[in-house]
Design a protein around this ligand. Structure first.
Ligand SMILES: [Zn+2]
Length: 125
């Protein structure tokens, strides 16, 4: 059991592992998931939240790029673009509200992806 948060380095806080069961689209994480996600890291409470937001941001980003490239994407399912957009808005609002170390995910990254998602959806029915 480590004594410091793997993201912000805080000590003396309760640390927890972020469970990686399913991603934002309900898909099980596979073995191709980057090793940083397979080796469990320990996070303090705000960093655990930030890590979950980072993982959702990444899953949505991959889906947006797949959609933009004309490939199969979970965002092609009815309602999923709206759900992803709402989640990005929620993440941006929470990051702006503060309390996170910001080492895992920045507001600018979230807003850039939100715009990318809007553009990727613009041409679809
Ligand atoms: Zn932390």
């Amino acid at each position: 059991m480590p004594s410091a948060c793997d993201a912000c380095g805080a000590t003396g806080k309760p640390l927890a592992k972020v469970s990686l069961g399913h991603d934002f689209f309900g898909r099980t994480y596979d073995r191709l998931t980057p090793s940083s996600d397979r080796s469990p890291a320990w996070y303090c409470p705000p960093c655990s939240d930030e890590k979950r937001m980072q993982l959702d941001h990444r899953a949505i980003g991959e889906a947006v790029r797949a959609l933009a490239g004309g490939g199969a994407s979970p965002l092609a399912e009815p309602g999923e673009r709206e759900r992803a957009a709402a989640r990005l808005e929620e993440i941006a609002a929470r990051l702006k509200a503060g309390g996170f170390c910001g080492k895992l995910l920045g507001v600018a990254d979230v807003e850039a992806l939100r715009d990318e998602l809007a553009r990727a959806g613009a041409g679809a029915a």
